[in-house]
Design a protein around this ligand. Structure first.
Ligand code: NAP
Length: 254
């Protein structure tokens, strides 16, 4: 039996990343589940992938730490040499918000963390993926999907302009990298979710944010992680073979 292609999803222990892992497994991907803290949650996602008949592995690494990212990709290289799938997809999903604040109230430590995880983490994971998937490096091609946010175009004033700016960088990076590697078999796209019902809002001190802001959404409801996963899975799939450099809004019209 042919080996399934391998998809690495960063921040896949819960939320959008976990939903993407389950959907990708159902669509035939072997899935590598990255997480930073919650090993038990990552293991549960891996069990769900296996229950769908695909292989799964869990990888603890802070995407903001270049050494840990390099070690994670080295583990994937060994995995492929040992008969596992070769890397053919990356979902740059790991991301954080912080508590609502104005810029003039934000500490430098907060700003550094926001950019380190959301921007540096995205770039360094994409770099390692391109080094493996690009035909320029002897690879056979692949697809990268970056998680942006509607905040990139709304700016998130008095909430988190730092997060919005980081996601704006993700949009620019998506367009630039897509054009850089378009002739090397690698497609690069982004999904820009709106208000999605996940635990990210609790981590920003607003557990009821998705429900509270529902009336501001033209569709009058938050989205689900599964609805975002559908867009990610399409961009990863051969059905999106002529789509690169695209930024797909999944926002209920927001
Ligand atoms: P979430 O529920 O808070 O999950 C975040 C995931 O990222 C967790 O698995 C977490 O794992 C992991 N993570 C956090 N810091 C990490 C790090 N330094 N290195 C590796 N993994 C890390 O978030 P979500 O709502 O699913 O959001 C996923 C993506 O969509 C993010 O990029 C977010 O900015 C974007 N997005 C979300 C929304 C929304 O409304 N939910 C809207 C727009 C965009 P551990 O717990 O193990 O650390």
């Amino acid at each position: 039996m042919a080996t399934a292609p391998l998809l690495l999803i960063t921040g896949a222990s819960r939320g959008i990343g976990a939903a993407t892992a389950r959907l990708a497994a159902a669509q035939g991907w072997e899935v590598a589940i990255n997480y930073a803290h919650d090993e038990a949650a990552a293991d549960a996602v891996a069990d769900a992938v296996r229950a769908l008949g695909q292989r799964a592995l869990t990888l603890c690494a802070d995407v903001a730490d270049e050494g840990q990212v390099r070690a994670m990709f080295a583990t994937l290289d060994r995995h492929a040499r040992d008969g596992g799938g070769s890397l053919a997809g990356l979902v740059n999903n790991a991301g954080v918000v912080d508590v609502a604040a104005r810029l003039d109230e934000m500490s430098g430590v907060r700003l550094q963390r926001m950019l380190a995880i959301n921007v540096f983490g995205t770039l360094v994971c994409a770099r390692e993926a391109v080094r493996r998937m690009s035909t320029r490096h002897g690879g056979t091609g692949g697809a990268i999907v970056n998680l942006s946010s509607a905040a990139a175009r709304l700016g998130a004033p008095s909430q988190y302009v730092d997060y919005a700016a980081a996601k704006g960088a993700v949009d620019s990076f998506t367009v630039g990298l897509a054009r850089e590697v378009a002739g090397e078999g690698v497609r690069v796209n982004a999904v820009r979710p709106g208000i999605i019902d996940t635990e990210i809002h609790a981590s920003g001190g607003q557990p009821d944010r998705a429900r509270r802001l529902a009336p501001t959404v033209p569709m009058q409801r938050p989205g689900s992680a599964d609805e975002v996963a559908q867009a990610i899975a399409w961009l990863l799939s051969p059905a999106a073979s002529y789509t690169t450099g695209a930024i797909v809004d999944v926002t209920g019209g927001r």
